[in-house]
Write a protein that binds this ligand. Structure first.
Ligand SMILES: Cc1ncc(COP(=O)(O)O)c(C=O)c1O
Length: 401
């Protein structure tokens, strides 16, 4: 009989990259020195890989709310939402989120990943999910868990989506799923065309707004608000681990749909609920998203400063006006070498390699936050100048590939 552990013993890749100093994953953060700076492997580095876009994780008011919730409610709810794990705090968060997003109801779950998995409750083998090629793994996993037919459209290619819609068997339920801002490359979905296609074909539309909620739109309601198309989106998903400075996620939409998911989604039924500290932090952060719109202006200004600086050095970074700045490298080894050289130059970034992106589309992902200082942003740009030249990614004529 084969041993299911065999593959672990023969898997050498990570050991080889670790010994070459080119392993970019899970470096232990030893200390947060300031909102934009951490100590990793004993050295201070600028944190250019955080999704804490509004800089609220370090905000004393958010921290105090979490501390107070622990003092009043303890550290764990020790049960699932459907059992003993629904506290008044969870209901308050759901009501506030639903009101913020102009939806009838919301359901909060313990991680953003589980929140997307919960969509599986809506799906069955007679349903078809049309999903963008670059969608987050949790969205793809939800389709598998729900047992629906998955059809993948080329990234943001609405012609391909239109073709798939016209090729869908009559009588099947159809859900189009895409992201507001794509997590790795920071570009936005073509919501106007996708919403039009959904309407024409009678499909439902779900948007994962993990990276745009709090940041885009005058009031922070993400790409739907920015595009003036909030009523065209049937189901909105967001996480609390980015702009909302916490851990968890939520689905918001029609009350009957949310209620159904609450009762039938495995992550809601079989997994413990958000901790009191996480709920309280998300609630306070949501209050600040509404009360302090200048944070949105600041994070966008900071992202523009990074993008302009890197474009000036000759990097290919795209022009999407979001806090995520993708530095397209296009090659696995060069990506890892650039990541390491940036770390040596005092900047921590994200190396995005296959399977997070397709082969040959490897990139260094950096993100601006409202908490970055001008000096920190300039240090990031300076490190890209130094590291890019050392690795040979940029030269006097711009990118060398
Ligand atoms: C687009 C998208 N959706 C969902 C998730 C999952 O959220 P979480 O990390 O809060 O579980 C992420 C996380 O990176 C994401 O980028």
């Amino acid at each position: 009989m084969a041993d299911v552990f065999d593959k672990c013993r023969s898997w050498e890749t990570h050991r080889i990259f670790k010994s070459a100093g080119l392993y970019p994953f899970a470096p232990p953060v030893e200390e947060l020195l300031s909102p934009g700076e951490a100590r990793i492997h004993g050295r201070p580095v600028i944190m250019a890989a955080s999704n804490d876009y509004l800089g609220l994780s370090a905000d004393p008011r958010v921290r105090e709310a979490a501390r107070k919730a622990i003092a009043e409610h303890g550290t764990s709810c020790s049960g699932s939402r459907l059992a003993n794990g629904t506290y008044v705090l969870h209901l308050e968060l759901e009501e506030r989120l639903a009101a913020f997003l102009h939806r009838e109801a919301a359901l909060a779950l313990s991680t953003g990943y589980q929140t997307n998995l919960a969509v599986s409750a809506l799906l069955g083998q007679d349903d078809v999910v049309l999903t963008d090629q670059d969608n987050h793994a949790s969205l793809r996993d939800a389709v598998r868990l729900g047992g629906a037919v998955e059809r993948v459209f080329r990234h943001n290619d609405t012609k391909h989506l239109e073709w798939l819609l016209s090729d869908t068997p009559p009588g099947s339920g159809v859900l189009i799923v895409t992201e507001g801002v794509f997590s790795m490359a920071g570009d936005m979905c073509d919501l106007p065309r996708i919403a039009e296609l959904a309407r024409q074909h009678g499909a439902r539309l779900m948007l994962d707004c993990a990276h745009d909620l709090g940041v885009l739109g005058a009031d922070g309601r993400g790409v739907p608000e920015l595009s003036g198309l909030e009523s065209s989106v049937d189901l909105i998903m967001t996480t609390f681990s980015k702009s909302l400075a916490s851990l968890g996620g939520a689905l918001a939409g029609e009350a009957e749909v949310i209620d159904y998911i609450r009762h039938w989604a495995s992550p809601a039924v079989f997994s413990a609920s958000m901790t009191p500290a996480s709920v309280a932090a998300a609630l306070k952060a949501l209050e600040l998203v509404e009360a302090e719109p200048e944070r949105r202006r600041l994070v966008m200004e900071n992202a523009a400063r990074l993008r302009d600086g890197l474009l000036g050095l000759g990097y290919e970074v795209g022009r999407s006006p979001t806090p995520v700045v993708p530095v397209h490298v296009g090659d696995f080894m060069t990506c890892l070498r650039l990541w390491r050289a940036l770390f040596d130059a005092g900047v921590f970034t994200g190396a995005v390699i296959h399977p997070a992106v397709q082969h040959g589309r490897e990139l260094i992902r950096i993100s601006a936050t409202a908490a970055h200082t001008e000096a920190q942003l300039d240090r990031i740009i300076g490190a890209f100048a130094e590291a890019g030249t050392a690795v040979g990614v940029i030269g006097p004529q711009g990118m060398t590939r």
